[in-house]
Design a protein around this ligand. Structure first.
Ligand code: ZN
Length: 121
């Protein structure tokens, strides 16, 4: 009697374990079914710089001129001078960009760095 009961109890426990595992799995699947793409950055530094300091920092880090002629593959008459306005340093995981320039630096990135900066109504 005891020998019969044990396998039955064990089987019952296995079903319980399986259903808990299924619940956990479905919970996991729900969490990962978010639309869009998610990226978690473990370390990111943001440095706001004005134009002259931006160019100096770019030249210091890359050893290249911050002023360049682009595009390269057209006649000289169509080439124009362009200046580095922002950049990401992969080595130090640092974004260098102008403060409150949302096109270069990103509006939401400003919130991540500065918090709430809109005027309260
Ligand atoms: Zn905003």
């Amino acid at each position: 009697m005891l020998a019969r009961d044990l396998p039955l109890r064990r089987w019952g426990l296995d079903i319980l374990t399986m259903s808990v595992a299924l619940l956990a799995l479905s919970g996991c699947m729900t969490d990962h079914a978010l639309p869009g793409e998610e990226y978690k950055l473990s370390s990111l530094r943001v440095v706001f710089l004005d134009a002259p300091h931006m160019q100096a920092k770019y030249e210091e880090i890359t050893g290249k001129s911050a002023v360049m002629m682009t595009p390269r593959l057209v006649l000289d008459t169509h080439r124009r001078e362009e200046v580095v306005v922002g950049f990401y340093d992969f080595r130090t995981r640092t974004i260098y960009c102008p403060k409150m320039d949302f096109e270069v630096c990103g509006h939401e990135l400003h919130h991540a760095v500065l918090g709430q900066f809109h005027l309260q109504q």
